[in-house]
Design a protein around this ligand. Structure first.
Ligand SMILES: C[S@@+](CC[C@H](N)C(=O)[O-])C[C@H]1O[C@@H](n2cnc3c(N)ncnc32)[C@H](O)[C@@H]1O
Length: 246
């Protein structure tokens, strides 16, 4: 998923109206795809980033010296009220155990008039890689249907995501728009290798399979994406919600 991160980060920055001179926090930063784009615009001293995963936080801090990186959950941000002009959560609010509390925290740390921006993949639609992955998995093993992120993840539709920011976060003027980003692959091996290293729910599922079943999944995925050993590009759509702190 990391290949889509920087372009998606730029889409969140634009949607949230982040401007030079402001302070921003990236919640659920992972290794820092969005954080890096915030640094490019605001400079490292004006950027804060948190993730509950210590290895991800360490990777982000190492990659982006000068950013204020903390190990913390989005549901309990270690920041004062109104500390930021902008708070952003890229592909992370749906991973929180208590997303409504996370939305409230994003709003709490943002000044009145500032914005909170959150993005979630369109798991059930135009996130092509994951849609093809779970369709292929279910074709080979009907039991995989329960693992499909379109079912297992919340907030993957505009109404759900808008309600999270509005009702959960208490944000005003919430709007949701699509962001379509893309990633290049050298071939199907290049696409499948990260899954075999266990990244994300799709990677966890891939790793759970016996080698023969894994090979069958790879072939079915290639068939459904209509790709092979030549380079190709995939697009991915995320829903991006923006709300204003009253
Ligand atoms: C799909 S990754 C997205 C990472 C990064 N934002 C990006 O766009 O590449 C999901 C991230 O959410 C983080 N996460 C999980 N639970 C969280 C929580 N309760 N609060 C904040 N982040 C959380 C994970 O550790 C992981 O880094």
């Amino acid at each position: 998923m990391g290949r889509y991160g920087a372009e998606l980060g730029r889409a969140l920055i634009a949607a949230g109206g982040v401007a030079p001179g402001e302070r921003a926090v990236d919640v659920g930063c992972g290794p820092g795809a969005l954080t890096g784009e915030l640094v490019a615009l605001l400079g490292a001293p004006a950027v804060w980033a948190v993730d509950p995963s210590a290895p991800f936080a360490a990777a982000c801090a190492e990659r982006l010296p000068g950013v204020h990186v903390r190990v913390a959950h989005g549901e309990a941000l270690p920041f004062d009220d109104n500390m930021f002009d902008r708070a952003l959560a890229q592909l992370s609010i749906n991973f929180m155990e208590h997303p409504e509390a996370g939305a409230r925290e994003l709003a709490r740390v943002t000044r009145p008039g500032g914005t909170v921006t959150a993005a979630v993949w369109d798991y059930g639609g135009e996130m092509r890689l994951l849609r093809a992955f779970w369709t292929a998995a279910a074709a080979l093993n009907p039991g995989a249907v329960d693992r499909d992120e379109a079912r297992a993840m919340r907030f993957g539709t505009p109404p759900e995501l808008a309600a999270l920011l509005h009702d959960g976060g208490g944000l005003a003027e919430v709007e949701v728009a699509p962001a379509v980003v893309s990633a290049d692959y050298d071939g199907i091996d290049d696409l499948f290798a990260p899954l075999e290293s266990g990244v994300g729910p799709a990677g966890t599922y891939t790793l759970s399979l016996a080698p023969a079943d894994r090979a069958a999944l790879k072939a079915e995925l290639a068939r459904r994406l209509d790709v092979g050993s030549d380079p190709f590009t995939l697009t991915a759509r995320a829903w991006v919600a923006v709300g204003t702190v009253a």
